[in-house]
Design a protein around this ligand. Sequence first.
Ligand code: SAM
Length: 280
Amino acid sequence: MQIFRLLDTLKTPALYEKGNASMWEDDHISRHLLELHVNQDSDAASRKRVTIEKTVRWIETFLDDSQKTILDLGCGPGLYCELLAEHGHRVTGVDFSKRSIAYARKSALEKDLDIDYIPMDYLDLSFENQFDLVIMIFCDFDVLVPHDRTRVLKNIHRALKPGGLFIFDTLNHKAPDTIKIPVKSWEVSNGGFWKNGPYLALSETSHYQAAQVILQQHVICFEPDHLLVYRFWTHYYQQEILESILNEGGFNVELVCEDLLPDDGSGTHDMVTFYVTRKK
Ligand SMILES: C[S@@+](CC[C@H](N)C(=O)[O-])C[C@H]1O[C@@H](n2cnc3c(N)ncnc32)[C@H](O)[C@@H]1O
């Protein structure tokens, strides 16, 4: 292990500086992620089934009784898509994790649900005037850096029919107090979440207060002398700031809901806000 290289890697990065590795499409990690998505005992990667059911019922209160065309961005294994399809809607799910899309397709087939799953990056969406509703759930909106956020909002705006809805969740101003920051931890493993073989993981959560961004960084060290750096830059939003971003993107905010998620004692529910917005 080159200790000086490690010290250099652990220096505080500039805002939005990328790591050298990406988690979602890694074959080994995506296997663990899929397990987390479908694990009913954990709210990691996807929320628990009861919460998903509650969220879908709540989303449907903004729709009239007719069949709707719905696009789920970052659909993962299709947990929301399936419920919406079971309720009679025409659903399309987009995700760039091939493993999640394969799981979602198999599950839909087994349940005889006609859902269109597309393995792609939602930065590259080209749908036009096609959907009554777009959803993006599990605070995926928060990890978009500003130029990607503008691009995704443009894509969603184009994909929606006139007056269509965009419903999503974000971390709110309570996030920095709820997530313990700064925090450092380490893990030595013979094989686990990050890698099949032995590794040392050095993890750190830090706060870029002026930008209202939280960085979760994981540096994975393994033989012979490899360092993988995973960085997740996550925004939390004050309502007025997000409203102005959405307005600029061509959306009116119709409703802000701060108490949709059930209180599980972790405080997590308190730091998530749902936005119901409509294409102008
Ligand atoms: C935290 S998971 C949430 C999954 C799902 N929305 C849920 O709540 O069950 C985020 C998902 O977004 C996908 N994702 C992240 N960035 C993406 C992108 N740029 N294009 C497509 N999918 C993306 C990941 O592969 C992952 O499945």
